[in-house]
Ligand binder design. Structure first.
Ligand code: SR1
Ligand code: MG
Ligand code: MG
Ligand code: MG
Length: 393
């Protein structure tokens, strides 16, 4: 039949065809698309006792429209990533009920009883001690399982070969890891940042450091990544009295540097902190970095004795973790910068009134540059906090 782009009215029939829903007299569908790339629909019955989410990749970037074509094959990368995460960290992703490669559509658990972490934070919600720790743990579980520590060498080569995701990697190489530092039509910023945007484009040291990180992104196949682990890819809330964290949208997944996942999370935490600071809320830049790193490190160390290749000794582990930390700091910087003067800005800042948005964005930008350029000397969360406090925006 071929690829059909689904609209709200098509979803009941589609779910029935695919064997997910029988009673078409009792199904209500709404579109809840929110991300930059895809469409998402929620289907539920009147009693609210059944619900499903359908996510479909369009042949273009949703927020840009057909003028920015993008292969819908990216849904294959997402389905593959969910399979791997389901093995390594099944408690931290939505249940996947089916993948339809022909229509580039995933049918999955409805998470709408939970809240997007970004929205929760924008509305003044707190993290508690649980959320960042679980994110760190997820990164450790996925990365260890899909690294040369968790898999025999030959199986790893097969994973690398089947996990290529060239179009979405190129988006990251462009919008995160080069465009903000050159003139590009994707870039835009608040006029109150004109001077910093120009300064960043003229900063040759900054550009070389970003080139270094870009090359790490392009060549370091440490482990399977989520690939777009920002606070809009995380749902949080409570179920049956217990806290839950669910990570979704792994369509940018590929075998890359582990620090890219941690760095994206940290960047979004730090931008959220810049918002909170502008609004007068006291917050600690270090705490969520500390909790997520501690969650990552503790889980990685817990798994280390089970490694399949013991030529990698304990001394190597220390070096490896130290490199992951430093690269995470650098990638966090690049993600901050692109979210302020590049493509795809964050509501954390854009929903602030101008008189708050400009100073908060300036602080974020300066911190981003620090994290990129001085990542080697920022060896602890506290060092990042102290550096952040010393910046004059
Ligand atoms: C063209 S896509 C822009 C951004 O949206 C996604 O969520 C990724 O963060 C990507 O960089
Ligand atoms: Mg061997
Ligand atoms: Mg390119
Ligand atoms: Mg996304």
């Amino acid at each position: 039949m071929g690829y059909r782009i689904l609209d709200t009215d098509d979803i009941p029939g589609y779910l029935r065809e695919r064997g997910h829903w029988d009673d078409l007299d009792d199904i209500h569908v709404r579109e809840v698309s929110d991300g930059n790339l895809n469409r998402v629909f929620l289907a539920s019955n009147s009693a609210g006792t059944r619900s499903l989410a359908v996510k479909q990749a369009l042949p273009w970037v949703r927020v840009a429209g057909p003028s920015w074509p993008l292969s819908p094959d990216r849904s294959d990368a997402e389905a593959r990533a969910y399979e791997q995460i389901a093995k390594a960290a099944p408690d931290k992703i939505p249940a996947i009920h089916g993948y339809d490669a022909e229509n580039h559509a995933l049918v999955m658990e409805d998470l709408s009883d939970l809240r997007v972490l970004r929205t929760h934070l924008n509305e003044g919600g707190s993290y508690g001690p649980y959320i960042s720790a679980r994110i760190g743990e997820l990164v450790a579980q996925l990365s260890f399982a899909t690294s040369d520590f968790g898999m025999p060498s030959a199986g790893r080569k097969a994973l690398i070969a089947t996990s290529v995701n060239p179009e979405l990697c190129e988006i990251t190489e462009d919008v995160v890891l080069s465009e903000p530092y050159i003139e590009h039509e994707h870039n835009h910023w608040h006029p109150g940042l004109d001077d910093l945007a120009a300064e960043f484009r003229a900063d040759t040291r900054l550009r070389t450091e970003v080139a270094e990180l870009r090359h790490v992104f392009m060549t370091s196949g440490q482990a399977l990544l989520h690939g777009d682990l920002h606070t809009g890819s995380v749902m949080v809330g409570r179920r049956d009295g217990a806290e839950v964290v669910r990570v979704f949208d792994p369509e940018f997944s590929f075998v890359g540097p582990i620090g890219f996942d941690l760095g994206l999370y940290w960047a979004n935490v730090l931008v959220s902190e810049a918002r909170a600071h502008a609004l007068g809320a006291e917050n600690d830049h270090a705490e969520q970095l500390r909790l997520s790193w501690a969650g990552f490190e503790a889980e990685f160390r817990r798994l280390w004795p089970s490694r399949v290749d013991t030529f990698f000794d304990d001394a190597f582990l220390e070096r490896f973790l130290s490199r992951v930390w430093t690269e995470s700091v650098g990638f966090a910087g690049t993600e901050i910068v692109r979210r302020v003067i590049g493509f795809a800005h964050l509501t954390d800042l854009t929903t602030l009134a101008d008189d708050l948005q400009v100073p908060a964005s300036r602080r974020a930008l300066l911190l981003g540059r620090e994290l990129i350029v001085n990542r080697a000397e920022l060896a602890t969360p506290e060092a990042i906090r102290d550096r952040s406090h010393s910046l004059v925006a």
